[in-house]
Each structure stands twice: as structure tokens, then as C-alpha cells.
Ligand binder design. Structure first.
Ligand code: NOJ
Length: 961
């Protein structure tokens, strides 16, 4: 018999540790075995081997691709020709090449495979899939900017073996195409900035028939050509190997950014091993990665194959338009300074190597030269961020789940009770009847309209989750219609694909099919999605698509979409097509009353910015996850999709109160500001948090609300020129090398507001790097920081956010606290002014109704404010349209309420008024209060109620000095 012994001290201690371990759940990490490494992905391994072989051969390696000079034609800004690939067996394969030189300044290079274009290939397994390489990515992604340049010309100075094309503004750009081996240099002002196939890694795996060799195992290179097995799933590959790869080198560039989504630093790391580097390339294959890890090149939920390279005063970009699984290797090589020749510096080249599993080669090269110009050109191609409804840029309260309609109403009332503003409450999965979207659980949500009406009383909105997997059930009208109309994604045998997701057995709506659009729209109509009112908006989750029992938690690659395209060809577009369908549905829901749709998507691709917001998915309540949210948000902005945030508080686990508070203080700087939490976490709505943290969180949320005019103006700028809503250091100071990799401080639009959220435990200072020698002022108490190229220590106890304003700006804000942003519509504005070294400042304000598309017909206010020669003036920078006058009328009582000038000229201390004129007429004076400086804090002056309308032209004359 075994008798229990009394517990020893050690056992007790151990039990205690285990208990503590259960309470403070540390960040867990991803199941690596569920996702491929490069070595486990056939085409990734083959292309890396190709690169290794080329580098081992060194100078004796020659790329087997040449441009046949006899085929080269140049006409109307477009060069065409045939690339010849010589195979190991000395076969010559024809690959049609087109290089288009675009008005936008971008160049586009396309390479396809002639045999595939002509359909002269045979498919295995009697497959009926499309024989072409997928060439429709552009149809989903590109939005404009494709006009071919009329001024692009062949350079008359010819050189044998080369074709050279001059293009771009003032012919400042040149593409130098070497025929053999094929190689292209893109030059700006005579300097090479981007090189294609410089390392000779261009590789188009051409179609070939499978040759059965009895009894022989295929050589290692070929073992994944015809079939590939991972995690128990076998990919049947009816077209065999078909990857496409190219090296892109940025000579003299030390930093590359973009290609989200990765939980990593903003400046991308090297990927071929070595200290501090990754072992695997950055992967882009939209996936539902459970408990994702940090500092990793692993793929996540969305992908945008757009990269910027930056060096002092020069930015260039490449956009790899391919929606199949893609990997990017990055290597930096440094050429050392020549000790014998004075003045030569060491130079770093960043060498990138891109490979996609399928599709054609379709690549855009953008020559900048500034990051903002790159954003503009990229936006011309793929579209700019949609100007969202105003509520969407305010605070969103979410959790999985608010469990009843009464629960929602109570949360809503509690926010009011504790005077914390919020605009949107969210319903996750569980509001549905048995996970059937477009239905409500009759037990828990018996009165959805009553709930929505209560929200509407304070201009609040509801967002509900609609996923693309449809429960496979005979008693579900959506499932019946999906099947009867044949709108589901098919398996390789042509039947509706059946997989496992939240509802159990499910089918997936195929949004590549145009017939889906009217049907999907019909489902969102108020009379079909019963219980939904106009203040209901949509969250499209799990759209990678996530399939719990699928390979790498997604769909088999040999599934088939509309047009007979394999899922392999279009995987990364899947989320984007769902957004398109939902966008259309929301527009049609409101016929005659057109309001801007709001959609949150988890999966995305280039172009998603035109109609949705996104977030960084299922993060964890750890300081490290809080930290990585900043580079992730910044990199998405760099890649043209700036409307992004991270789950405030962390999705998994329970944040302790300091972490939660710091997360709110960081979250107010995310363009998309939403708190969210997993179903197993404790409730953590801000009003539940004990004091003093509750008040500190409320203050942070109120700061977001106070600055909404500046945020909306930044969104407007993103919507017309692609400028990221929050900008990294190198966007604002492209000349300052020390700032290029900084990814933990950010600027709000062009306001000069510089925030450095605290992302570490137990710290009470922040170290803010200032690039220039303007004065920077603490946002709250006007403490002055100055000194270029230095890091400044700013106090940051838990109750204080490190936020500075650069000298030279005029920032619009609204100071009256309200329950929701909709209720601030008629409130007066405050302008906060910091003067630069010349005593001048500038800023802007964009305002519209925040809901409709009337701004497209001139219903908006757009003002430039300038402080110069002792006067503050407001000038109209909008263009008028048929709706301008009517809109201005509605805004006529919205006034400028206050002007705060930080660090004004000392001579103002003796004056008590400013002269006010409006529309060229003197209207009187307004009181000026001067507050002396104290300690290291600057003085400030306040003008009260100048009485001028925010939409008018006006002028405030300050005392002359
Ligand atoms: C996964 C999403 O990432 C998460 O935010 C959501 O709460 C769950 N799906 C449940 O719908």
C-alpha cells in the first residue's frame, strides 16, 4: 500500500509556483509543426537551392535567360520582346516580356510563359483547371495609374547588347536592359537604384510533362514537383512545378521595409541565418496562426508584397503583384571603404530574392525619391485608403463575446455612467443562432433592434461578425442558397469543398464568382438580415480562409475557384474578394441613403485599403506583444494599408492593470483603435479597472477624442495621397540616417505630434529621439526639448503619456468631452500652435459630414492655417462642388473656440487682445491671455472665442513685436 507522505516544503513551493504559473499566464508560442518552413515548402527550397548554386559558382554563374534582340519592340511607352530560357537539356523556351513605362513614374515588368498562354500544356489527373499562369491579380488589386507614358523614349545613345528607355519626370529615369544574360538596372538621375536579375536568380519553372522513371526515386530537386505532402494533406499539383523567382537588389540601401504582415521589426532583417538574422525568408501566405510568435518572418493573416528601400534622401519601391504563396529572402552585403582613395565610404547593398509558387512575373518598380512620393504612386496603382465614416476612427469596444442584448445595453450604459467615450460596440461569433451568420440567437438576442436603437440614441454603432464559412446544414437558408446557386469554392473533384470551422462542417463562399455579389448583397438587406438597422456594420473574420482541418489551417491548394483557377493561384486574394463583396452589399443595403461602408477584415492583400480596416489578429496580453504592435502598424502604413490597429489589452490571457493601461495609451495612436479579448479572458472594459488606472485609461481615450479632428485630417490625407496615418521617423526625416530603423515612436499624420508609447513594464521615462533642432514641446505641460540627433528623456510615469509637438505646427482639436464622436459634430474647434525657428507655423483641417459620399461633390471644409508675420489665417484649400454651399450652411455655427499658442513671443505678455477679421472684414477683437513660463515649461497664450466660423476665411492679428 502506498501511503501519502506529508507534503515537504519543496513540494509546497513547487505547487505554489505551478499555481502562480496558472494565474500569470506567460505568452505561449505558435505550433511550428502546423506551418511550413522554407525547407518544407518545395518551391521555396528549390529557389533557395538555385540561389546557393549561383553563389557557389560565383563569376562562372550565368543566368540562363536572355532577351532576343530581334524580338524587341518599343512603342507608345511599352517595350515588348521574348525572353529565351535555355534549360539544362538545351531546350529554348519562349517567355513573352512586356515592360510598360507609366505616367505615374512607375515601370511594370511582366513575364509569362508562351506555352501556358497558348494552352499548349497537359494537365495531370484529368484536371480541368486553367492552363494559363494566373494573370487576374491586377483585376482585383489595381485601381489606376496604368496609363502608359507618352514621353518615354528609347535612348538614342545605343550600346550593343543593351536597350535603354528614358522615362519619368523630365526623363530623369532610365531602364537599362542588358540582353544577355537578361538584367535590368533602374536608374534615377544617372544612378542605379534597383537592379533585377543582378544575381542571376530569375527562375521561371516552365511547364514540362511528367516523365515516369520506373523504380527510380526522383532527385531531391524534383521530389516536390508533382505532389507535395504536409501535415497529412497531399497537394495533387495538376500543373507540376511552376514557381517564379527573381532577385531585386537595392545598391547603397541599408534598409528595406514593408511586405507585411509579420510580427517583426519595421526594418526587415536578413534571412539567411547568422547572428540576429532569420533562418527563413519572410513568408506571405495568409494564415490563421494560433498564438503567433514575435521577431519572426512567419506568415500571418494578411500580405502585401510591396517593399520600400530607403537610404539617405532616397526611397524606392517594388511591388510584386502575385497572390500565390510568396517568400522573400533578404541579404545585405557591405563593400568596404577603399583605404587608398580618400572619400570613398563603405556601402551596403540590400539584396532581395522573391519567389512565388505560381502565377506570372508581374513587378512594379517605383523610383521615389521620397517615401511620401512612393506612397502616392503606390496608391495611384492600388487605390488609397477609403475615407472612413467618422465613427470608425474613434474608440471601439469589443470582446468575444457580449453575451446578450441586455449585456450590450448595460455595457453601453456603464460607459456613460463612468463618462468614458466610445463609438462602437462589437458582437463576435456568439450572437448568431448556432453560428449561422445573418441570424441571431433567439434566446440571447431576442431584441437586436432594441439594442441597436439604444446605441443609436448616442450615435453609437454595432459591428457584427460575418465569416465566409457557411454552416453546412439543410435548415439554414444561407447554406441552401449557396449550394443551389453553386457559389461555394470547389474541391479538386468539382464538389463543394467541405471543411471544418466554427460551425463544424462548412462550405466557403467563392467571392471570385461575380454571381456571389448580388446574392451576398441580398443577404445583408434589412429584410433578410432581420434585426439589423443602418447603424450595424460588418466584421469579416477568418477570411484567409481559416479551415481548422485544412493544410496549414487553410484550404488545400488544389481546391478550385470560379474561372477554374486553383486556390494556389489566388490564395492571398481570398480575403480581399470577400471585402469587395461585403462592401458592395453594404452600399446596396443603403440604396438612396449612401453611407460609407465600414468593414473590418482579418485577411488582406494589396488593395484592401480601398474598403476596409484591419488588425493584427490574435495577439497576447504581454509587454512584448504590446511592443511589436507599433512596428506592425507602421509597416502596414508603409505598405499602403494604414487603417490598422492591434487588439488593445491583448487577445489571449489577462493583462495586469499596468499593461492594460499602457496598451490604451499606445492604442490611441493606432489608426484603428479597438479593445478586444478572447472568450476565456476576464471582463476588462475600462470602467471595470480599479482607480487610478480607470481614470488614466479614460484620459487616454479622451485624448484620442480630443484629437479626432487631427486624425480625420490625417485619414483624409491618406485617402488622397497615400500618406500613412501614423508615420515612422524616416517618412518625416528622410535625411536622418540615425532614425531610419526607429519603429517605436510615431508621428500623427503631418501634425508634428510625436508619440512614443511606453511598451515596457515598470518604467517611468521615455527616450524620444529628435532628428532636427526645432523645439519640441510636451503635449500636456509644454516642457521644451531641443537638440538634433539626440535622444531626450521625457518623464512617463503611468499617468503620463510621452507625447511631443514639433515646433512649426497648427493642430486642430475639439476639447469638449462627449459620449461619442457623433455628438461632437457641432462642437467648437481649438487650434494649438507651436512656432518654428522662424516664428511660423502651418497646419490643416479637413471636415465633412463623416458619413456619406457627399464629400465627393464638394460637401466638405478643407482649410490651411498659417501663422506668419504675427497673424494667424485660415485659407480655403478645398475645391468646390455642387454640394459645397449646402454643407457650409450646415456648419455655419461651428466656430473656432480657442487658439493656444505655445511659446509665443514674450512681447505678447503686455497685450490683451487680438484683432479679428472674417471674410476680409474687421469684426472686432478677442481676448488674449498670456501665461508666463515656469521651470523648463514654455509660456503660452490663449485667444478665447474669436467668434469666427471654422469654415470661413479669417485672420487673427496678434500684437506686432
Ligand atoms: C478569430 C479572431 O481573430 C478573433 O478576433 C475572434 O474573436 C475569433 N476569431 C472568434 O470569432
Amino acid at each position: 500500500m502506498v501511503r501519502s507522505r506529508p507534503a515537504s516544503r519543496w513540494t509546497l513551493l513547487l505547487s505554489l509556483l505551478v499555481l502562480i504559473g496558472c494565474i500569470v499566464v506567460p505568452g505561449r508560442t505558435v505550433k511550428h509543426e502546423n506551418f511550413k518552413t522554407c525547407a518544407q515548402s518545395g518551391f521555396c527550397r528549390r529557389n533557395r537551392a538555385y540561389a546557393d548554386n549561383a553563389s557557389e559558382k560565383g563569376d562562372s554563374w550565368a543566368s540562363p535567360y536572355e532577351l532576343d534582340p530581334a524580338t524587341v519592340h518599343f512603342k507608345d511607352g511599352q517595350l515588348t520582346g521574348i525572353l529565351i530560357k535555355t534549360t539544362a537539356a538545351n531546350e529554348k523556351l519562349r517567355l513573352p516580356l512586356t515592360v510598360s513605362f507609366l505616367e505615374s513614374g512607375a515601370a511594370r515588368l511582366i513575364v509569362d510563359e508562351e506555352k501556358r498562354l497558348k494552352g499548349e500544356i497537359e494537365l495531370r489527373h484529368d484536371s480541368k483547371v486553367n492552363k494559363k499562369r494566373y494573370d487576374d491579380t491586377g483585376k482585383w488589386v489595381l485601381n489606376g495609374g496604368l496609363e502608359v507614358s507618352k514621353s518615354a523614349t528609347l535612348n538614342a545613345e545605343t550600346e550593343t547588347g543593351f536597350t535603354k528607355v528614358l522615362y519619368g519626370p523630365g526623363d530623369a529615369y532610365q531602364a537599362v536592359i542588358r540582353h544577355s544574360p537578361f538584367h535590368v538596372d533602374f536608374q534615377r538621375d544617372g544612378q542605379t537604384h534597383v537592379q533585377l536579375n543582378d544575381r542571376g536568380l530569375l527562375n521561371m519553372e516552365h511547364w514540362r510533362p511528367k516523365v515516369e522513371k520506373e523504380g527510380e526515386d526522383p532527385p531531391e530537386e524534383e521530389d516536390t514537383w508533382w505532389e507535395e505532402t504536409f501535415g497529412g494533406n497531399t497537394d495533387s499539383k495538376p500543373r507540376g512545378p511552376e514557381s517564379i523567382a527573381l532577385d531585386v537588389t537595392f545598391p547603397g540601401y541599408n534598409h528595406v521595409f514593408g511586405i507585411p504582415e509579420h510580427a517583426d521589426s519595421m526594418s526587415l532583417k536578413q534571412t539567411r541565418g547568422g547572428e540576429g538574422n532569420h533562418e527563413n525568408p519572410y513568408r506571405m501566405y495568409n494564415s490563421d496562426v494560433f498564438e503567433y510568435e514575435l521577431s519572426s518572418p512567419m506568415t500571418l493573416y494578411g500580405s502585401i508584397p510591396f517593399m520600400q528601400a530607403h537610404r539617405k534622401n532616397s526611397t524606392v519601391g517594388v511591388f510584386w503583384l502575385n497572390a500565390a504563396e510568396t517568400w522573400v529572402d533578404i541579404v545585405k552585403s557591405t563593400t568596404s571603404a577603399n583605404p587608398l582613395s580618400l572619400g570613398t565610404k563603405s556601402k551596403t547593398n540590400t539584396q532581395t530574392h522573391w519567389f512565388s509558387e505560381a502565377g506570372r512575373l508581374d513587378l512594379f518598380i517605383l523610383l521615389g525619391p521620397s517615401p511620401k512620393e512612393i506612397s502616392k504612386t503606390y496608391g495611384e496603382l492600388t487605390g488609397y485608403t477609403q475615407l472612413p465614416q467618422h465613427f470608425a476612427i474613434a474608440y471601439h469596444q469589443c470582446r468575444w463575446n457580449y453575451v446578450t442584448d441586455e449585456d450590450v445595453k448595460e455595457v453601453d450604459a456603464k460607459f456613460d455612467k463612468y463618462q468614458i467615450p466610445y463609438d462602437v460596440i462589437w458582437l463576435d461569433l456568439e450572437y448568431t443562432d448556432d453560428r449561422k451568420y445573418f441570424t441571431w440567437d433567439p434566446m440571447t438576442f431576442p431584441n437586436p433592434k432594441g439594442m441597436e436603437e439604444q446605441l443609436d440614441d448616442h450615435e453609437r454603432k454595432l459591428v457584427v461578425l460575418i465569416d465566409p464559412h457557411i454552416k453546412n446544414s439543410d435548415n439554414y437558408f444561407v447554406s441552401q442558397e449557396l449550394n443551389s446557386k453553386g457559389l461555394a469554392i470547389k474541391n479538386k473533384d468539382g464538389d463543394a469543398y467541405d471543411g471544418w470551422c466554427w460551425p463544424g462542417s462548412s462550405h466557403w463562399v467563392d467571392c471570385f464568382n461575380p454571381a456571389v455579389y448580388p446574392w451576398w448583397s441580398s443577404l445583408h438587406k434589412y429584410d433578410r438580415f432581420k434585426g439589423s438597422l443602418p447603424n450595424v456594420f460588418i466584421w469579416n473574420d477568418m477570411s484567409e480562409p481559416s479551415v481548422f482541418n485544412g493544410p496549414e489551417t487553410t484550404m488545400p491548394k488544389d481546391n478550385v475557384h470560379y474561372g477554374d483557377w486553383e486556390h494556389r493561384d489566388v490564395h492571398n486574394l481570398n480575403g480581399l474578394t470577400l471585402i469587395n463583396a461585403t462592401y458592395q452589399a453594404l452600399l446596396e443595403r443603403n440604396k438612396g441613403d449612401m453611407r460609407r461602408p465600414f468593414i473590418l477584415t482579418r485577411s488582406y492583400f494589396a488593395g484592401a485599403q480601398r474598403g476596409s480596416a484591419t488588425w493584427t489578429g490574435d495577439n497576447q496580453a504581454t509587454w512584448e506583444h504590446l511592443g511589436v504592435s507599433l512596428p506592425m502598424v507602421l509597416n502596414n502604413g508603409i505598405a499602403g494599408f494604414p487603417f490598422i490597429g492591434a487588439d488593445v489589452g491583448g487577445f489571449f490571457h489577462n493583462p495586469e492593470k499596468d499593461l492594460l493601461t499602457r496598451w490604451y495609451q499606445a492604442g490611441i495612436w493606432y489608426p484603428f483603435f479597438r479593445a478586444h479579448a478572447h472568450i476565456d479572458t476576464r471582463r476588462r472594459e475600462p470602467y471595470l479597472i480599479p482607480e487610478p488606472h480607470r481614470s488614466i485609461i479614460s484620459q487616454a481615450i479622451r485624448l484620442r477624442y480630443q484629437l479626432l479632428p487631427a486624425w480625420y485630417t490625417a485619414f483624409h490625407e491618406a485617402s488622397v495621397n497615400g500618406t500613412p496615418i501614423v508615420q515612422p521617423q524616416y517618412y518625416v526625416h528622410p535625411e536622418d540616417e540615425a532614425g531610419f530603423a526607429i519603429d517605436d515612436q510615431l508621428y500623427l499624420g503631418n501634425t508634428g505630434i510625436l508619440a512614443k508609447p511606453v511598451v515596457h513594464e515598470d518604467v517611468d521615462v521615455a527616450h524620444i529621439y529628435l532628428a532636427d533642432d526645432e523645439k519640441y514641446y510636451d503635449y500636456f505641460d509644454y516642457t521644451v526639448y531641443q537638440g538634433a540627433g539626440k535622444t531626450h528623456t521625457v518623464p512617463a510615469p503611468i499617468e503620463k503619456m510621452p507625447v511631443l509637438i514639433q515646433g512649426g505646427h497648427i493642430i486642430p482639436r475639439r476639447d469638449r468631452p462627449r459620449r461619442s464622436s457623433g455628438l461632437m459634430r457641432w462642437d467648437p474647434y481649438t487650434l494649438v500652435i507651436t512656432l518654428n525657428k522662424n516664428g511660423e507655423a502651418e497646419g490643416s483641417l479637413y471636415v465633412d459630414d463623416g458619413e456619406t459620399f457627399d464629400y465627393e461633390r464638394g460637401a466638405y471644409i478643407h482649410r490651411r492655417f498659417q501663422f506668419r508675420d504675427g497673424a494667424l489665417s485660415s485659407e480655403d484649400i478645398g475645391t468646390k462642388g455642387p454640394k459645397t454651399a449646402e454643407y457650409l450652411k450646415t456648419m455655419k455655427d461651428v466656430k473656432l473656440g480657442r487658439v493656444v499658442i505655445i511659446d509665443p513671443p514674450a512681447a505678447w505678455a503686455t497685450q490683451s487682445t487680438v484683432d479679428v477679421s472674417a471674410d476680409g472684414q474687421t469684426v472686432g477683437t478677442a481676448p488674449l491671455e498670456f501665461h508666463d513660463q515656469q521651470g523648463g515649461k514654455a509660456s503660452y497664450a490663449v485667444v478665447k472665442n474669436p467668434g469666427v466660423g471654422i469654415g470661413m476665411a479669417w485672420h487673427l492679428g496678434f500684437p506686432k513685436i
